[in-house]
Design a protein around this ligand. Structure first.
Ligand code: SUD
Ligand code: ADP
Length: 282
């Protein structure tokens, strides 16, 4: 039997860093949605775990036990042939590895008819992995383990752009000068939520831009596009997203960026609203 799972990009619409624990992990307050673009994972029962990685963003992704999909299988104590098709750039602030791990956990639980590991065990794979088991609009607090489902995500015309520089998450957190910043300003305004999101922040944007100044170029280019309502970096970068007024502005922006910077990764996408997770194929 084979199970196919989709591992969507996660987008931190906001990312406030509100403190730091004694173990070094930072306390976050973040509003997250998932995109309809992502990696695809095929899982087949096997006596030993074997991983194959393909796809446009496969270069440099570990194919051994360092890969989070292998760690997910080890955590469950099962073995499988895993085919990972990488559409998302790695170390990009859109949770590629974390989303792959979450999708693999979900798919293997289905394949082997076993329950998900405890929340603590899931968190041991990475602070973002519990989040990536969710769908819809989610508020994330703590280091990533406190999750509040806020319902289906609002419809939005999104663009994601990555200038193809890898930004390691620890480097960006280390470069953050102020660790205690205000939390998000609740409640969210449901009637003008884009304006509300625009008034919040990503506290990791400034340290990421210092490490990789090209991120500022991405943001400037997105903000200059007709119909751009908001542009911000996701996670620890370098991927930036824009919320566009309509589908035409979204398509024009992607076309413009691909022409101006064919070396960048630029995609049009929308936020996933449903909770469709996996598909059994045989
Ligand atoms: C920043 C965020 C925001 O959603 O996204 P990405 O930029 O990675 O996509 C996440 O918190 C990333 O989660 P994840 O990438 O799973 O983190 P982990 O593997 O657990 O930790 C990697 C490193 O990031 C730092 N880290 C991570 C999470 C957190 N709340 N505080 C931290 O200080 C620590 O230096 C840690 O050693
Ligand atoms: N399935 C995976 N996909 C991408 N990177 C992975 C994966 N498993 C482990 N990694 C490692 O994790 C690092 C962070 O990747 P990723 O999770 O995509 O970034 P981010 O934490 O910025 O969201 C990569 O540099 C890579 O070495």
């Amino acid at each position: 039997m084979t199970v196919e799972v989709f591992a969507p990009a996660k987008i931190n619409l906001t990312l406030h860093v509100t403190g730091q624990r004694s173990d070094g992990y930072h306390l976050l307050d973040s509003l997250v949605v998932f995109a309809d673009v992502g990696d695809r994972i095929t899982l087949t029962k096997a006596a030993e775990t074997r991983l194959e990685v393909s796809g446009p963003c496969a270069a440099g992704v570990p194919t051994d036990a360092r890969n989070l999909v292998v760690k997910a299988a080890q955590l469950l104590g099962v073995t499988a042939h895993i085919h990972l098709h990488k559409n998302l750039p790695a170390a990009a602030g859109i949770g590629g590895g974390s989303s792959d791990a979450a999708a693999t956990l979900s798919g293997l639980c289905q394949l082997y008819c076993v329950p998900l590991p405890t929340p603590e065990a899931v968190l041991s794979l990475g602070a973002d992995v519990p989040l990536c088991l969710k769908r819809g609009l989610v508020r994330m607090e703590g280091i990533g383990e406190q999750l509040s489902a806020l319902g289906p995500s609002p419809g939005m015309h999104l663009v994601m752009v990555n200038p193809r520089v890898e930004v390691p998450t620890p480097t960006v957190f280390k470069a953050l000068s102020c660790k205690e910043n205000p939390a998000m300003n609740w409640p969210m305004n449901p009637t003008d939520w884009v304006l509300w999101v625009a008034k919040q922040r990503n506290d990791l944007e400034a340290p990421a831009v210092s490490a990789e100044p090209v991120i500022a170029d991405v943001l400037a280019m997105l903000r200059a596009q007709p119909g751009c309502q908001l542009a911000r970096m996701s996670g620890s970068g370098a991927t930036c997203f824009a919320i566009m007024e309509d589908a035409q502005a979204q398509q024009n922006t992607v076309a413009h960026i691909k022409t101006a910077h064919p070396e960048w990764w630029a995609v049009a996408c929308k936020a996933l609203t449903g909770d469709q997770f996996s598909r059994e194929t045989t």
